[in-house]
Design a protein around this ligand. Structure first.
Ligand SMILES: C[S@@+](CC[C@H](N)C(=O)[O-])C[C@H]1O[C@@H](n2cnc3c(N)ncnc32)[C@H](O)[C@@H]1O
Length: 260
């Protein structure tokens, strides 16, 4: 696998964003876990768990007789996990070093759209699942990410951020194919998108991505520094308008079982 830094970094602001994001996606994660039927005694693992991921939901569902493992290659994220009884492993998602066939459910959320070769991660996840065990994926697809009313600055910044992104921002739709490609069967899929208004932290997320990727956007020639500043100023004003709403990226969920 080509080693790639996690493009959004490990700043305090990014850690806070990831914890907020856990709350945003909590209800969908719980629905997914319940639909799969995760219950007491299950052995569960969250790949690329960051500072929390869905470790808390898994721990609650599997109870004291179950096992929960969190994997991430960023020690600084793992150090933030404050959950008793959860085992934390610092490793790359493509080569965890954990025993094959040792989990009833192997889950990842928002990792695949940050890596160069998502299929390598899904192959490792399939290796970790026991025969008949589940592999569950949750990743976004920017297909739906829009603002209403539309604005040229939105479109320019969205295109620039997508170009600067260190993975595939349209990966969500490919999750079922990735599972089938790794040999999973009984593959299912669902998708959800959220609406934000002024005041919601994710209403301005595109501006935050534009700030993080500023250098890459300019270096790659997507926008000059002056154009970027103009777009940011125009979009800041547009998003602050009480009548502007944003429709966020679609969260795809796909899951399947390893053949028995
Ligand atoms: C957007 S965050 C998502 C965190 C968490 N899964 C969640 O949903 O809240 C992406 C996480 O994947 C981790 N990550 C990215 N590439 C990785 C890799 N190759 N191996 C292990 N972890 C990786 C990052 O360190 C980061 O914690």
């Amino acid at each position: 696998m080509i080693a790639m830094e996690y493009g959004l970094g490990v700043s305090d602001a990014e850690r806070a964003r990831l914890l907020y994001q856990c709350e945003i996606h909590r209800a969908e994660a719980e629905r997914l876990i319940d639909r799969i039927g995760v219950g007491p005694g299950w052995r569960a693992i969250d790949i690329g768990c960051g500072p929390l991921g869905i470790l808390d939901t898994l721990a609650e569902r599997v109870g004291p007789s179950g096992t929960v493992v969190g994997v991430d290659r960023e020690r600084r994220y793992l150090d933030l996990v404050e959950l008793a009884g959860v085992e934390l492993v610092e490793a790359d998602a493509t080569a965890t070093g954990l025993p094959a066939g040792s989990f009833d459910i192997v889950h990842e959320r928002l990792v695949l759209n940050n890596v160069a070769r998502p299929a390598d991660v899904v192959a490792e996840m399939a290796r970790l699942a026991r025969p008949g065990g589940y592999v569950a994926l949750q990743d976004v697809d920017w297909i739906s990410w829009t603002c209403e009313p539309d604005h040229p600055a939105w479109r320019r910044l969205l295109a620039a951020a997508a170009d600067a992104w260190t993975g595939d921002v349209f990966l969500g739709r490919r999750l079922p194919a990735l599972l089938r490609g790794a040999g999973l069967v009984d593959v299912e899929v669902s998708a959800h998108a959220r609406v934000w208004r002024p005041g919601d932290p994710y209403h301005d997320l595109l501006l935050r991505f534009a700030a993080i990727y500023r250098e890459r956007i300019v270096d790659r020639g997507m926008l000059s520094e002056r154009q970027l500043d103009e777009c940011v100023a125009e979009l800041t004003a547009h998003l602050a308008n009480p009548e502007t709403i944003t429709l966020y990226a679609t969260l795809f969920q796909a899951w399947g079982r390893t053949p028995v």
